[in-house]
Design a protein around this ligand. Structure first.
Ligand code: UTP
Length: 277
């Protein structure tokens, strides 16, 4: 049974400075809801109710967001603004939240290893909230949980990117075993276009089996001192099956200014039922 979701949220968010000087990137709103809440709602839809955050310095607003604010609730009770808190109340009612801190920002692989204390010896999902995913039908994580129930192995979500953008992503290589589902044979972190075996890029949704923790412990940091999760999953794929899944839906890279603005326009237009396609 998969019921744990891990949210690495310790990064500095330097691309959004000065907005992220005293506020976590994950709390930036897309219209009126913080990025991280979209991610947690996607996790709940996929059946995950034990939510863990890997946070860091200056991230306390995340904890406060997933908690009751008694003064505020009392203040708006009975008024027409009360319904604005309904979604977050539903989230709080359905989940448990736990937190651990990544003391040094040594990369996503290191952040996930830091989360081991919240996960233990169970399969779990990793959600990078700055990738906002939408689909008119099943959410991306729910699609992946369906595959996990069938294959019981680690799964990464992928999408095709323009070939000149491979240097911004982890890129997979593998054999397509069914429509949109690949058995991974290799993964390369941020290859230059001429070195990229494909244009299939890993996005911020993963399901990982717990043996990944021991593998991360053996991964050497890259030139920038960061421990890459891509290297660990690639090593896992050498030992056992790892799948890459071309998800149905749309992803916005809200870690970049352009993607953030695009997602904001998209969500606003959807909320106001303006045609978006
Ligand atoms: P990013 O590469 O987007 O880095 O991390 P960042 O620090 O958040 O943003 P920029 O590049 O400075 O603007 C991808 C995800 O991994 C988490 C981040 O919080 C984000 O969700 N992360 C990254 C960690 O939790 N710890 C790390 O050491 C690195």
């Amino acid at each position: 049974m998969l019921n744990k979701g891990l949210f690495p949220a310790a990064g500095y968010g330097t691309r959004f400075l000065p907005a992220t000087k005293a506020m976590p990137k994950e709390m930036l709103p897309i219209v009126n809801k913080p990025l991280i809440q979209y991610g947690v709602e996607e996790a709940i839809e996929a059946g995950l109710t034990q939510i863990g955050f890997v946070s860091g310095r200056g991230k306390r607003a995340i904890e406060d967001h997933f908690d009751i604010s008694y003064e505020l609730e009392h203040q708006i009770a009975g008024g027409d603004k009360e319904m604005l808190l309904q979604d977050i109340r539903d989230v709080i009612d359905q989940c448990t939240f736990s937190y651990t801190r990544q003391v040094e920002m040594k990369g996503l692989g290191h952040a996930i290893l830091t989360g081991e204390t919240l996960i233990g010896d169970e399969p779990f999902a990793v959600i990078l909230a700055d990738d906002l995913c939408t689909n008119s039908d099943k959410g991306v994580l729910k699609q992946m949980v369906g595959l996990f129930n069938e294959y019981q192995c680690s799964i990464v979500a992928i999408e095709e990117v323009p070939p000149d953008q491979t240097a911004s992503y982890g890129i997979i290589e593998g054999k397509e075993i069914q429509d949109g589902l690949f058995k991974v044979s290799n993964m390369i972190e941020k290859p230059a276009p001429e070195d990229a075996p494909t244009n299939l890029a890993i996005i911020g949704r993963y399901i990982l089996t717990p043996d990944i923790f021991d593998i991360i412990r053996t991964v050497k940091p890259g030139a920038d001192g960061e421990i890459q999760i891509t290297d660990a999953i690639c090593e896992q794929a050498r030992k056992r099956m790892v799948l890459a899944y071309k998800f149905k839906g749309r992803r916005f890279d809200c870690g970049s200014l352009e993607g953030y603005v695009e997602a904001t326009n998209y969500v606003y237009q959807k909320q106001h039922q303006i045609s978006v396609e």
